[in-house]
Design a binder for this molecule. Structure first.
Ligand code: LMR
Length: 394
């Protein structure tokens, strides 16, 4: 049997992680995987997470199973964080999942159960695991234009035109904020126009929100998803706590199914539980419990939000510094978009050959489509990157 297995395409982000690790050079710069790093290159455990772990150790008295969909207090803490006051409990169903990827996977399976012929529309470009999972599940998939490569900004007209070709009942996968890989984001006006289009065409939004708090702040980053929650009859959300709580390896994610028709909520909730049971039974609990403690304890929450805000503003400073350095080196403003983009990533528009040249000559690791993780930079490595970009002729 096992001789029948075929090699699967390598995930380019994970392959890059391995290549970086294997590079013996001391002076190398990891701008690959989407993991936050401080100025010393460390991915720190956030203060509130450490404190919550200490408290959890004191109070936790069992490791017995939780419910199939995880802890309901986690659902409501996350509903409050992502959706604010926009969704009432009777419209809301949720299940904890192993990370954001788990939420995306379960959400796609839910779509497959409810509407097997629906096409899932993904942004071009998007996080490579989106099309990979959709293909793996054998679902219909189409792309909508999202990024104007020349302007390094959202191609909003292209997006509207392509989505107007979707058929009623199709699903549109949207990045809630901090678009991965481009760093170019919809503004409030554009979210409103997209919401109007979804409604007019009978399309169902599925929002992937993995970087809330990394763009313009916790509240501002939730604008789009909250607007959809207020305006759409149905909404799916896959959320990750990996980045904004820094709990990557704990696998903390959640899938939410929101319906304006409250009669649907009970079946939505039962279906989410069924899906968890088929795939892994009980979701990981430790990280979700830490997140819940932090979000429901005012002091811990304030400390977490303050640290996250420092992370966000630190990345904005790095963006500004890199844009200014490149402005000086090139004598042009063509890299000004780096300061305008938001979140962990920007796609700088280098060819795969130029990306490879930067890796060979300067030990700079960015994804082959020239996505770079801003958090992988620091004051010392910005000049190196600027040199590499100029030398490679980007
Ligand atoms: C990324 O885009 O680098 C992260 O979301 C990590 C991953 O799993 O790909």
């Amino acid at each position: 049997m096992l001789e029948n297995l075929q090699p699967q395409p390598a995930d380019k982000i994970l392959a890059l992680m391995a290549a970086y690790k294997a590079d013996p050079r001391e002076a190398k710069v990891d701008l690959g995987v989407g993991v936050y790093k401080d100025a010393t290159g460390l991915t720190p455990i956030m203060r509130a997470v450490k404190e919550a772990e200490k408290r959890l150790w004191e109070v936790e008295d069992t490791k017995s199973y939780t419910g199939l969909v995880g802890d309901v207090n986690f659902h409501h803490a996350m509903r409050d964080l992502i959706l604010g006051e926009t969704v009432a409990v009777e419209n809301f169903a949720a299940a904890a999942t192993p990370g954001g990827t788990g939420a995306i996977r379960q959400g796609l399976e839910l779509i497959g159960m409810a509407s097997p012929d629906a096409t899932v529309w993904i942004s071009a470009p998007t996080w490579p695991n989106h099309p990979s999972i959709i293909k793996y599940l054998g679902m219909n998939m189409a792309e909508y234009r999202y990024f104007d490569e020349a302007a390094r900004a959202v191609d909003f007209n292209g997006m509207l035109t392509d989505l107007s070709n979707a058929k009623p009942g199709d699903v549109v996968l949207l990045h809630g904020c901090c678009h991965n890989p481009t760093g170019a984001n919809l503004n409030a006006q554009q979210w409103q126009e997209i919401a109007d289009l979804l409604l007019a065409k009978g399309l169902i939004p599925f929002v992937d929100i993995a970087y809330q708090g990394f763009g313009d702040g916790l509240e501002a980053d939730a604008y789009g998803v909250r607007h959809l929650a207020k305006t759409q009859p149905e909404l799916l959300i896959g959320a990750s706590c990996s980045k904004n709580f820094g709990v990557y390896r704990e696998r903390v994610g959640i899938l939410m199914a929101i319906a304006q028709d409250t009669a649907k909520t009970d079946l939505n909730q039962k279906t989410l539980a069924f899906l968890n049971r088929q795939n892994f039974s009980f979701p990981p609990d430790h990280g979700a419990r830490l997140v819940t403690m932090i979000l429901t304890d005012p002091a811990l929450r304030a400390d977490w939000a303050a640290e996250l805000e420092d992370v966000r503003t630190g990345m904005l400073k790095l963006r500004q510094m890199l844009a200014t350095t490149l402005q000086k080196r090139t004598g042009s403003d063509r890299f000004g978009f780096i300061a305008d983009h938001r979140g962990m990533f920007s796609r700088i528009g280098a060819t795969p050959e130029q990306v490879e040249a930067m890796r060979v000559s300067h030990g700079i690791y960015m994804v082959g489509d020239s996505r770079m993780n801003i958090a992988g930079l620091n004051e010392a490595t910005i000049p190196t990157l600027a040199d590499a970009i100029v030398e490679a002729g980007v």
